[in-house]
Ligand binder design. Sequence first.
Ligand code: SF4
Ligand code: FES
Length: 343
Amino acid sequence: MKVTIDNITLEVEPGTTIMQAARMIGPEVAPPAMCYYEPLKGSGGKCRACLVKVTAGSEKDPRPMPKLVPACITAVQDGMIVENTVNEDVLETRKGIVEFLLLNHPLDCPVCDQAGECHLQDFSFEHGVSSTRTVEERNTFEPTDLGPNIQLNMNRCILCYRCVYTADQITDGRVHGVMHRGDHAEISTYIEKAIDNDFSGNVIDVCPVGALTDKTYRFKSRVWFSKPVDAHCECEKCSGKATIWYKGEEVIRVTGRKNMWGEVTDFICNGCRFDKKKTADWAIEGPTNVSRHSVISANKYGANLIKPAFPVLQAARDYKQINDDRDRSFLGIQPALPKSKKK
Ligand code: SF4
Ligand code: FES
């Protein structure tokens, strides 16, 4: 099937979603995703971060779709034309989606372990506005221990369901889920039961915000002060492929390896994640390639950073070029010459 996204045409298999097709083109046109997680079956369709405009439904029926559609759960039709970063309505709507996701989310990034690798932080930075219109109090919850290794900060949860799908699909028995409905909805275990099985720690990696955090790592460091390294070990339960995070000589945490979309494809077991905190436990492969636009890249791996085009386009649109031909000779400064006249 032929699909055109932001004026780029490609051919895809039937059944491909707009999100998958856009990701085939690359990060410049891929819509943001807060709840969609490719390795988890059925994920997506919860957060609306990925809304796009379909300006032609298909070659057979080229009428535009009347409303913006979620790219992660909308299948491509032959001849479909989609607009993402080039559509004003989409960009305007995303501002509203960010505002909506932040309605109850606290602005506690300075003390949140997820800061620096938080998808909501990235999403707000790229698509949000810097002010808020709400005066209502946010929903607040006490932090809850979900067993010995995981802490839930429900205040920060955006109800994306990723952790629920993870527990459903890669652990023996899910004991947590979204309880209640509407603005009473919350992630919880049934009567505070611990999330306790060999792969439970993966809910930490899939959580896009800081709602589920690793208790063995909490408050140990800011992520941009630590150095991620790819490493593997012999493990009977999982692939043993992980990223280990150093602060100086000390391994302060172990996570699954994430791809360019921030998704773990090889889930790791709790033994690797929580118990192997010595360099001797691992065979080191080399520095992790940080390919997403995180502050880890910004501060330490500048050359690898792929800057999203959106902020640059927005800056070009919103800020006027400064005409600096003013006469400043009284300051002893010559007016800047236009480029073409420079020698
Ligand atoms: S705890 Fe995290 S992964 Fe689970 S629903 Fe909330 S935001 Fe999503
Ligand atoms: S990423 Fe598509 S709805 Fe959440």
